[in-house]
Design a protein around this ligand. Structure first.
Ligand code: SF4
Ligand code: SF4
Length: 298
């Protein structure tokens, strides 16, 4: 089972929820930070890193002496990352998504692959949980290809082919927002948790996220952080949209202090531990609902 912890905007407590859920998760679990532009799950889980590797993307390198200026590559590239300007072929590596299409289509062999470093993938252990994260290189804007590389590493760690191994669950700290990286992070999950706060901004961004993720037909629930603050708009929306509020984290000074000190809030009191254990159970039930719905559809 994969659970994506998402939010319509940053600063709602997404990583706080992810780290606490991981700390109470009973079955084998991989904590995966896909917020590659600003990964910070490791600051809470404090993993011991056991490995790392650079993540590269294949981009085209042009040899103008071989190019016949047929224009097929620039017609194909939907990102305008390769372009014929007069008789000169130009490439724009920062805009390339690494699909390899232009290299495959070139009839003259004028395009060959070279690599551009996107960032780094690192992994390790945090207590009972395995840990995996990606970090985008400073100045790099292309996070989805790095996220794909992190997911490839996840497949290795899942070890699903072995019959002796209990299947591992994955808890994903997704990037905030509703743009390409956020969609990429949640798209193959079994349950999406939207973390929000009961403020006008929290409501607006949760609504955006709900609308953006709904077409994927993945069961969704809401965690209200800083409950007791603000107004009722989040609650009214969830009722109207039949969106389950799966947990509420109270607006409390002690919780804020635990967070500010980099502590896992589920470990700060029995009350918080119970909130997250109950959330874990509800997530499992929700994932079960999805499976049942799929069986019914089939
Ligand atoms: S690899 Fe794909 S995205 Fe990059 S320049 Fe070629 S066609 Fe465009
Ligand atoms: S497809 Fe090949 S030959 Fe045609 S313009 Fe592009 S690089 Fe040149």
């Amino acid at each position: 089972m994969k659970i994506a912890i998402a939010s319509g905007k940053g600063g709602t407590g997404k990583t706080t929820v992810a780290s606490s859920l991981i700390s109470v998760w009973e079955s084998p679990v991989i904590a995966m930070d896909l917020d590659v532009e600003e990964p910070n799950l490791h600051l809470f889980l404090n993993p011991t890193f056991t490995g790392k590797k650079p993540a590269n993307m294949e981009i085209p390198k042009a040899d103008n002496t071989l190019c016949s200026q047929c224009g097929k590559c620039s017609e194909l590239c939907q990102f305008k990352a390769i372009s014929l300007m007069g008789e000169v072929l130009m490439t724009f590596p920062e805009m390339c998504h690494g699909c390899g299409g232009c290299i495959a289509i070139c009839p003259e062999g004028a395009l060959t692959p070279e690599f551009r470093e996107l960032g780094e993938i690192s992994w390790g252990l945090s207590g009972r949980a395995e840990f995996l994260m990606g970090r985008l290189r400073v100045g790099e804007a292309m996070s989805p290809p790095l996220m794909r590389a992190v997911k490839e590493k996840l497949k290795e760690m899942m070890n699903v082919s072995s019959k002796d191994v209990i299947p591992k669950d994955v808890i994903i700290d997704a990037p905030p927002g509703v743009s390409c990286p956020a969609i990429n992070a949640v798209m193959d999950s079994d349950v999406i948790l939207l973390v929000t706060e009961p403020t006008p901004f929290g409501f607006y961004d949760m609504k955006l996220a709900h609308e953006a993720f709904s077409p994927m037909n993945i069961p969704m629930g809401v965690v209200v952080n800083r409950a007791g603050l603000g107004n009722n708009k989040v609650y009214d929306y969830c009722t109207a949209e039949e969106l389950e509020i799966m947990a509420e984290i109270p607006y409390d000074r002690k919780i804020a202090e635990a967070y500010a000190n980099g502590c896992i809030i589920a470990e700060s009191s029995d009350e918080m531990k119970n909130i997250f254990m109950s959330l874990a159970e509800k997530i499992k039930q929700k994932a079960g609902c999805k499976n049942a719905a799929e069986v019914c559809r089939d």
